[in-house]
Design a protein around this ligand. Sequence first.
Ligand code: 2HA
Ligand code: ZN
Length: 276
Amino acid sequence: MTELFTNIPFVKELAATADNMYRLGWDERNGGNISYLISEEEVAEYMDITNVRRVIPLGFNAKELIGKYFLVTGTGKYFKNVNGDPETNLGLFRIAQDGKNAELLWGYADGGKFTSELPAHLMSHIERIKVDPENRVVMHCHPTNLVAMTYVHELETKGFTHTLWQMSTECIVVFPEGVEVLPWMLCGTNEIGVATAEKMKSARVVVWAMHGIYGAGKTLDETFGLIETVEKAAQIYMLIGDRKRINTIKDEDMVKLVELFGVKYRKDFLDLKNGR
Ligand code: 2HA
Ligand code: ZN
């Protein structure tokens, strides 16, 4: 049975992603969590959707997501263990008709439940789907250099984004809407969920200062790549640190890039002369 379940494509895909994130050092111990929206047709191909194994209270109202299915990492579970035992470390549930409960169809096999960060995940899904109906993934982790950067760089959204954009040529093309930044807040709460989702209205990346990052996207690969690009930029920033910068990517160069790739970007995050 377990064998069959580990061969489910979306389970395998999420387990492989968790493995990659672990290997990059983004998910120490039980750090990080992933939620993946799966269509009813996809779920029904592999599971009996009428067999609800447990009903788990969400702790908030997710009425916008009633009837939707999510594959989500478990609370207290280690990313390094997901691939070896997906059925214990992951769970697949449907948001119940009251919007307040999760109907578990598969997983959390040791009696566990979804990540403590579920409010931030589901509230972010709600906002991202409004912006992009194809959004399916929300991912949280603790990328080392990005977290380091939040200790030494001012946290204001424009300045933080601008620095990241300067750190690597592809940045402004990969996240043209910039990154939003939240100050340190208590994690695992509905409050940080509300604040994260509010920021997700305008960006797919939300930085949690002195903690980590939230990323959203259409696929696991796309979301992983987004976080990877932000982390790479932060790594370069931490490498050049206090050293005197002799060269940089100029704002005018960034404009050439976005024009070449035809992406809409946060022009107000650049300091352009002549209003260009
Ligand atoms: O679930 O990363 O933010 C572990 C965390 C909490
Ligand atoms: Zn975290």
